[in-house]
Design a binder for this molecule. Structure first.
Ligand SMILES: Nc1ncnc2c1ncn2[C@@H]1O[C@H](COP(=O)(O)OP(=O)(O)OP(=O)(O)O)[C@@H](O)[C@H]1O
Ligand SMILES: [Mg+2]
Length: 232
């Protein structure tokens, strides 16, 4: 049974990794009849706690850490072993990683099929992401050496509030071996998804407001899965 892994990464803090990991995992689980498991490496456990509320719908949630409870310090071999166990019981893993997570050791341990890199459209975020990308590309190349398949890197313009901002991202990353996803707009509803609201009305309103984006995310991940199933 194939299990696909999508990872959310950016060395820059606050780019939208957890927001995207959480909302795309829940959307994907609600759209496709597949076993979804979310893995959080961030000691704050924001994503882990948010996803736990959806345990009733069958979405699994794990926090992965070393013996001191530090998610970003867990040894690569422990990551490999733990993910192998999760893969045996899941169809798609959504992996949220914290800022400063070392790509060189962790990407080869996680062996993602796709890496989503949210980038907020500000000079500081664009510059930080440009500096981080070669590290990620090198790590992806190392995965390809072992698995034969290079993880796909997809930039996600985030917190976009004008049409030309998505174009700025396109310009800034010309020449890199990355794809660019549709942009996720800046929205107040997106700032309010991590607290509990009866009936999860806060999350429902995001899917109503930014539904196109999350439908695209789910369909993209599903298409990746179909392609890999066909390739055997
Ligand atoms: N499109 C958006 N519109 C408005 N606010 C957003 C959007 N995306 C993310 N945010 C907000 O930006 C903040 C940072 O997002 P998030 O926690 O997802 O980033 P992160 O990359 O996981 O950060 P960290 O590196 O600390 O783990 C949060 O307050 C979140 O609600
Ligand atoms: Mg986060």
């Amino acid at each position: 049974m194939t299990c696909n892994t999508v990872m959310f990464a950016n060395a820059k803090g606050g780019a939208g990794k957890s927001t995207l990991a959480f909302l795309s995992a829940i959307h994907f689980a609600a759209t496709y009849d597949l076993r979804v498991c979310v893995i959080d490496f961030d000691r704050l456990r924001t994503t882990y706690n948010a996803v736990r509320r959806f345990a009733g719908s069958g979405v699994q949630s794990y926090y992965l850490a070393d013996e001191h409870g530090e998610g970003h310090r867990v040894a690569p071999d422990a990551v490999r072993a733990s993910l192998q166990t999760r893969r045996a019981a899941s169809d798609v893993l959504f992996v949220d990683t914290p800022a400063g997570f070392p790509a060189d050791t962790m990407v080869p341990a996680i062996q993602p099929d796709a890496i989503f890199v949210p980038v907020s459209v500000s000079d500081a975020d664009i510059m930080a992401t440009k500096a981080y990308l070669p590290e990620l590309e090198e790590a992806a190349a190392r995965v390809a050496e072992t698995t034969g398949v290079r993880p796909r890197i997809m930039l996600v313009p985030n917190q976009v509030f004008a049409e030309d901002q998505a174009l700025r991202i396109r310009d800034a990353f010309r020449g890199h071996a990355v794809r660019i996803a549709p942009a996720l707009a800046f929205s107040r509803a997106l700032r309010e998804v991590f607290h509990f609201e009866p009936g999860d009305t806060n999350i429902a309103s995001v899917y109503l407001e930014d539904g196109g984006f999350f439908k695209w995310m789910s369909a993209d991940i599903f298409a990746l899965r179909q392609m890999q199933l066909r390739q055997g």
